[in-house]
Design a protein around this ligand. Structure first.
Ligand SMILES: Cc1ncc(COP(=O)(O)O)c(C=O)c1O
Length: 381
């Protein structure tokens, strides 16, 4: 069985799911679905692009229609061949395709924590284990590349890097990227580089690493979900990078996997060039809001020296640490019950030392500012 259910007979709801029903939050700081966050979607333009895409016959291609792959290739500065691109129905699906391609049941991948919790579930669905290497925070997140190397065993098949990371917003330094690329080249283990937040950099608008690792065996993931704020249109992609033989073999195997399901709809593929253009308007709104909310966090936290706002390079989340006077669970439950503020506990992301809150920068600015002000006032002294 690859789902948790036979092992956890009655799924125990967290105390939060019950509290959320009893006390619907007035300040929900966790909204991470952009379609529900009050942005202006040009629905008619999106509809028109998809309607045009409905015209014509169905001629599927396991890698995705060439016109759509050309549109993806044009997003990258360094030249990338359409032969090295494969479309999927989402980035999450891309992970599944990759795990199936690289791993036999019982093999493992390495993930740097804290990070995106869904990866562990996606791996579990493919009977793949996740070995976790903790990064540490010293004014910025640092990952010891030697610890990653030490974690590799004969069943390790890949190293996952979410960049910038979710929820820390951290992008590794250039030196760390070079060291990781070097490790991948030495061991032959590909990097799985999840760049869904790469166009949301606070310091440099583009904060991915794909352009730095051209000669490294790597699978770079992105999609419409975050880049264009269109998770509902279900289109992601994998760019295979590295030596020619690796690219050829990976693409053969990925195409075979994709051919069994042909999951990406033809209309969305045909509409992709237009959707990427329309998506720029949505991206601009999201980008402006996340920078605004990040600025709010930076300003508010100055008055509460006992609280830490973690440094971040980009992404949709903010990570704060407050004094550990009570347990994280108790504190977050108290905020919800008595003050209507709902933020995610750090434990959801494997942050198990100290008391953390993870907040979505997509939240409407007035709700965000008030919810964070209440949080800091309650916990900051
Ligand atoms: C880091 C990261 N990767 C991938 C995804 C999934 O994206 P998609 O909607 O394309 O499956 C998410 C969604 O939140 C994410 O945070």
């Amino acid at each position: 069985m690859r789902t948790p259910f036979p092992r956890i007979p009655a799924q125990t709801p967290s105390i939060f799911s019950e509290l959320l029903v009893r006390y619907p939050p007035r300040f929900d700081l966790t909204v991470s679905n952009p379609t529900t966050a009050g942005f202006n979607y040009p629905h008619e333009e999106i509809g028109a692009a998809l309607a045009k895409g409905c015209v014509g016959v169905y001629e599927p291609d396991a890698q995705g229609l060439i016109s759509a792959r050309e549109a993806v290739a044009s997003l990258y500065k360094s030249s990338i061949s359409t032969d090295d691109i494969l479309l999927t129905a989402s980035t999450s699906e891309a992970y599944g395709f990759i795990f199936r391609t690289l791993c036999a049941p019982g093999d493992n991948i390495i993930q740097i924590a804290p990070s995106y919790p869904l990866i562990e579930h996606l791996a579990e669905l493919e009977a793949v284990h996740v070995r976790v290497v903790e990064s540490v925070y010293e004014g910025r997140w640092i990952t010891d590349i030697e610890s990653i190397a030490a974690c590799i065993d004969e069943r390790t098949r890949a190293i996952v890097l979410v960049c910038p990371n979710n929820p820390t917003g951290h992008r590794p330094s250039d030196a760390e990227v070079h060291a990781l690329a070097d490790l991948a080249q030495r061991t032959g283990l590909p990097l799985i580089v999840d760049e869904v937040f790469a166009t949301y950099g606070f310091r440099k608008p583009q904060c991915g690493i794909a352009e730095m690792i051209e000669n490294t065996p790597a699978l770079v993931l992105d999609g419409l979900s975050k880049r264009c704020g269109m998770p509902h249109l279900k289109l992601g992609w994998i760019c295979v990078r590295g030596p020619a033989a690796f690219r050829r073999e990976m693409m053969q195997a990925l195409s075979w996997t994709s051919d069994q399901v042909l999951s990406v709809s033809t209309p969305v593929q045909r509409a992709l060039p237009e959707l990427l253009n329309i998506g720029e308007k949505i991206h601009a709104q999201i980008f402006s809001r996340i920078r605004h909310n990040r600025q709010t966090l930076e300003t508010l936290v100055r008055d509460f020296p006992a609280c830490t706002l973690y440094d971040a390079d980009g992404g949709w989340y903010g990570l704060v640490r407050v004094p550990a006077l009570q347990s994280e669970e108790h504190l977050i439950a108290k905020h919800l019950e008595h003050h209507g503020v709902w933020l995610h506990p750090g434990a959801f992301y494997d942050l198990n030392k100290g008391v953390h809150g993870v907040v979505s920068l997509l939240t409407k600015p007035d709700v965000f500012a008030e919810g964070m002000r209440i949080t800091f006032q309650l916990d900051g002294v």
